[in-house]
Ligand binder design. Structure first.
Ligand code: MG
Length: 271
């Protein structure tokens, strides 16, 4: 009971900082962020992903002598290895209902990321077994992007990040070119990401059904070569709805989201 009271009080404190207009409107992000912040299922999915990645690595390590190149994995950074819980908590507490790039850039500089569940142990397993980790990210915080990304990873506990193992793609979200380059020198066993674009540029289409049918076509690769982590707040799945991965907060975009969410609505017969 006391715990519930404290939760209620803390909510009041949070809400006191928000204008009545923002409190009154439905926040598009609330369910997704609440799930990321609280659901043990969210935690379990990360452990599941890293467990599967480790299983694939164990298979490869057992037959390492068959490979001509050293073993490696390629991982996305944000919402794959690093979680941005306090950014999303701040966004909700401040009344935002869409991702905000300026707030994100300011928050990234604060170095408040937390490692995703199981990620540190997985990275340690890679290190102990001479499996190189390549970090590939589409972040863009200007000239500071690389240094910030490295600092965020190291602060979160990923150990020293070598310069040639962190690739920051500021001008493009197409990861395939660098992936192909890495694969020339390394036997890449798995790719990790929270966005299908972390695996293949094929998914970079602005059509919801097309993305889904591509996943069906490539289904045998999931849990084998491609390990996907959950992210209900941001990513190219939003681009398929809006045509833009980071749509501005607007009435029309709230209507577009509502239409997408109710696209499979039950046509209940009137009695
Ligand atoms: Mg990501």
């Amino acid at each position: 009971m006391r715990k519930n009271l404290l939760v209620g009080l803390s909510m009041c404190v949070v809400l006191a900082n928000i204008s009545p207009v923002l409190i009154a409107q439905q926040n598009n992000l609330a369910y997704a962020v609440a799930w990321k912040q609280t659901a043990a299922e969210h935690t379990a999915l990360y452990h599941q992903g890293f467990n599967i990645a480790r299983m694939q690595l164990e298979i490869a390590i057992a037959k390492r002598s068959e490979f001509e190149k050293p073993l490696a994995i390629i991982s996305d950074v944000d919402e794959t290895l690093l979680l941005s819980k306090s950014y999303w908590g701040y966004m909700l507490a401040s009344g935002y209902d869409f991702f905000d790039d300026a707030e994100w850039d300011a928050w990234v500089g604060e170095d408040l990321f937390t490692p995703s569940p199981g990620s540190i142990e997985f990275a340690e397993f890679c290190r102990q077994n001479d499996v190189d980790i390549f970090y590939v990210t589409n972040r863009n915080q200007g000239e500071t992007t690389f240094d910030l990304a490295r600092k965020n990873l190291e602060t979160a506990g990923f150990g020293k990040v070598e310069t040639n193992h962190l690739i920051v793609l500021r001008d493009t979200s197409n990861k395939e070119v660098i992936q192909q380059q890495i694969m020339q020198d390394f036997e890449v066993i798995v790719l990790l990401g929270d966005n299908l674009n972390d695996f293949s540029r094929d998914y970079y289409v602005t059509d919801v059904e097309q993305r889904r049918s591509l996943v069906s076509e490539k289904r045998k690769g999931f849990g084998v070569r491609n390990i996907i982590f959950p992210n209900p707040t941001d990513g190219h799945w939003l681009r398929a709805i809006y045509g833009d991965s980071e749509p501005p907060a607007s009435s029309i975009n709230r209507e577009i989201l509502h239409a997408a969410a109710s696209s499979a609505a039950w046509q209940k017969a009137k009695k």
